[in-house]
Design a protein around this ligand. Structure first.
Ligand SMILES: [Zn+2]
Length: 223
C-alpha cells in the first residue's frame, strides 16, 4: 500500500514519492526494510543538534547544559530507524518519520522533560527559565527535526499530525540533500554534498540568528 503524501502549504506531490519504493509493505517488506536501514533519508544528526542549540541560544540564553539536552532531543527522533530492523515498514505509524517526528510527540516529550529538568536544576536560581519556557524550548527543538526533514529532497514525508493523521508531508521547497543515516556513508563525497546543503540552508541562517540575538541582548543591557 503506497503511503499518502502531501505538500505542506500547497504545491504538488512531485518529489514526495521519491524513495517510496522503500515504504511498500508486502512480500518484499523485509528486503525493503534492510535496504532502508542503510539509506534512510534524514537531515544529518549534526544539523538537527546544531539547529536545536541555536534555538537554545535565542530562547534560553546562557544555558549550555539545556542546549545539550535540546540537541539530544532534536537528534533523537531518528532513533525510529530501529523499527526497520524490527520489521516495521517505513510508512507505518511507528516507521521512520512517523510518530516520533510528529507535533503531538514533540509536545508530550517536552511536557515529560521540562518539569523534571526544572526540579533537577536549581529552579529557584535567579533567571532560571520557567517550566513554560523550558517546554517551549524543548518543543521547538524537537519540532525543528521534523521541519528540517520536510525540507529534504528524498524519502517519505513527515507525519506531523500522527497519531491522529498518518499522512506524510513535505514543504514545497526542498533544498536539503537527504543524508545517509550510516555514519560510514556520511564521510563520503555524497556526505560532503549533504553537509554543504545543510551549511547553506541551516547552519548559516542559524548562526546569523544567533549573532542577531546576541547583538540585541547586548544593546538591551547597555540601554
Ligand atoms: Zn528524521
Amino acid at each position: 500500500m503506497p503511503v499518502r503524501q502531501r505538500m505542506l502549504l500547497g504545491g504538488t506531490l512531485r518529489d514526495a514519492r521519491r524513495g517510496a519504493a522503500l515504504a511498500r509493505s508486502g512480500p518484499e517488506h523485509l528486503r525493503c526494510a534492510t535496504l532502508a536501514v542503510y539509506s534512510a533519508p534524514v537531515a544529518s544528526a549534526f544539523t538537527h543538534a546544531f539547529a536545536a542549540a541555536a534555538l537554545g541560544h535565542v530562547l534560553v540564553p546562557r544555558r549550555p547544559a539545556l542546549w545539550l539536552l535540546g540537541a539530544l532531543c532534536a537528534a533523537a527522533p531518528d532513533l525510529d530507524v530501529i523499527g526497520f530492523r524490527l520489521g516495521i515498514s517505513y510508512g507505518h505509524l511507528l516507521g521512520h518519520r512517523g510518530l516520533s517526528h510528529s507535533l503531538p510527540f514533540a509536545a508530550l516529550s517536552a511536557v515529560l522533560l521540562s518539569r523534571p529538568w526544572r526540579h533537577a536544576t536549581r529552579a529557584g536560581e535567579q533567571g532560571a527559565p520557567s517550566t513554560l519556557r523550558l517546554w517551549t524550548y524543548l518543543f521547538a527543538a524537537i519540532t525543528s527535526h521534523g521541519l528540517l526533514d520536510a525540507l529534504t529532497n528524498g524519502g517519505l514525508g513527515v507525519a506531523f499530525f500522527a497519531p491522529f493523521d498518518g499522512e506524510r508531508y513535505f514543504f514545497p521547497w526542498q533544498p536539503i540533500e537527504v543524508s545517509p543515516i550510516s555514519v560510514r556513508r556520511f564521510f563520503t563525497a555524497r556526505g560532503w554534498r549533504v553537509l554543504q546543503s545543510e551549511l547553506l540552508v541551516v547552519w548559516l541562517p542559524a548562526l546569523l540568528v544567533m549573532l542577531l540575538a546576541s547583538g540585541w541582548r547586548r544593546m538591551r543591557s547597555h540601554s
